[in-house]
Design a protein around this ligand. Structure first.
Ligand SMILES: Cc1ncc(COP(=O)(O)O)c(C=O)c1O
Length: 378
């Protein structure tokens, strides 16, 4: 929760803020401070920033320029479309790498928008070589080697085939050799060391490349995982890269929703769809203007907790499309009137806590943040 206590307040007096059912405030100084926290874990490695999926939902057109201004020179996104958008946002200069690699027929985009493909297979290496030969220039690329994810990247036998055929790497302007950790958030798992050992071996085969292994949690596994380029994503946006230990990251996101109505129930009665919540005695129910259409998981039905100041207000009944109902019986009446704000993500219920109650991870909570929120960048 570090960083939440002194965060600036959003301006709620604008027409957009008045109209909206909920205010999503995004603290860009927290994003920058999180990037610096990651960067300072290593004495020598360059700290890049992963800004795919709209900077994990917080908005790449705001987060990426803030990071660029703070000194970040290297960005990773997933798709070519994200790369093109980011180039338009950032202008010339920063390196933009595309995790998902080449797409048949889209090769020219890499030249036009100055993007670097992460080549994920032998076929992609051959296609990029052929393309570079065609344009008469060894354009930069990365290679992804698979050390245990079984997802993208060259598996060990394909790496061997690259080495066996020396021709394959000629005309290739290799920038970063990367791999991705499967379980870095669990430092005790032997798989981390196994991936490290395999990557160490592969790295020696590509002496000209810069090496990159660590995602957010990988950075906190120790210096042997750092190599030349750090690739944090989630930690930049406040997700704890060291689960089970205090979060070294500042909270970036606060979601405050408005109370639309207050209902006082004094006879036993159900609340919401499916009648899954039953108020037994006198209960005050606040209806709040956020639902699953805004990305608030339906798994929070009868499970999530909102806060009004430090007062807990459990979600009572099912999350519906545009609304939730909160049991505010324990909240002073003067704090729970229509028009007042409740924290759905905030100092008392940060992203990771909301995620746990929804049975998911902070990454999904962030990337689900809805389009109807009024966004305020602080
Ligand atoms: C290849 C790769 N590197 C780095 C990252 C960043 O990971 P994290 O968000 O855990 O820091 C991702 C995210 O999924 C990724 O796919």
């Amino acid at each position: 929760m570090s960083g939440s206590a002194h965060r600036p307040k959003p301006d709620l007096s604008t027409p957009e803020a008045r109209r909206a059912g909920a205010i999503l405030s995004i603290d860009l100084s927290a994003v920058v401070s999180n990037w610096k926290t990651c960067a300072t874990q290593s004495q020598t490695a360059e700290c890049a920033a992963v800004v795919k999926a709209a900077s994990y939902g917080v908005g790449a057109e705001r987060a990426a320029p803030a990071l660029k201004n703070a000194g970040c020179k290297t960005f990773f996104v997933a798709t070519i479309g994200e790369g093109i958008h980011l180039r338009e946002v950032l202008g010339d200069g920063p390196a933009i790498h595309i995790f998902n690699g080449l797409m048949d027929g889209a090769e020219r985009d890499f030249i036009e928008y100055d993007l670097i493909p992460v080549l994920n297979s032998l076929d992609e290496i051959d296609a990029w070589r052929a393309f570079c030969t065609g344009v008469g220039e060894p354009l930069p690329c990365d290679i992804h080697v698979d050390t245990g994810m079984s997802r993208l990247g060259l598996p060990p036998d394909e790496v061997q085939r690259v080495m066996d055929d020396g021709e394959r790497l000629t005309h290739l302007n290799l920038n970063v050799l990367m791999s991705h950790l499967a379980i870095a958030e669990a430092p005790d798992k032997p798989m981390n060391k196994a991936q490290l050992d395999m990557f160490e071996k592969f790295g020696k085969l590509f002496p000209a490349a810069r090496l990159s292994l660590a995602n957010s949690s990988g950075i906190f596994l120790g210096p042997e995982f750092h190599y030349d380029v750090l690739r944090p994503g989630a930690a930049l946006y406040g997700v704890n890269p060291t689960p089970g230990r205090p979060n070294p990251m500042a909270q970036v996101v606060r979601l405050q929703a408005k109370i639309l109505q207050l209902r006082t129930i004094d006879t036993p009665q159900s609340v919401g769809y499916g009648a899954t919540y039953r108020a037994q005695g006198p209960t005050r129910i606040a209806t709040v203007a956020v639902g699953y259409a805004d990305g608030l998981s339906r798994h929070l039905s009868n499970a999530g907790v909102a806060y009004i100041g430090d007062h807990e207000a459990p979600i009572a009944g099912r999350v519906s499309m545009d609304l939730i109902t909160l049991d505010v019986s324990g909240v002073p009446e003067e704090l729970s009137r229509p028009g007042m704000l409740v924290d759905l993500i905030g100092p008392n219920n940060p992203v990771d806590v909301v995620a746990e109650k929804a049975g998911t991870i902070g990454y999904e909570v962030l990337t689900s943040l809805g389009a109807r929120y009024h966004r305020v960048y602080l």
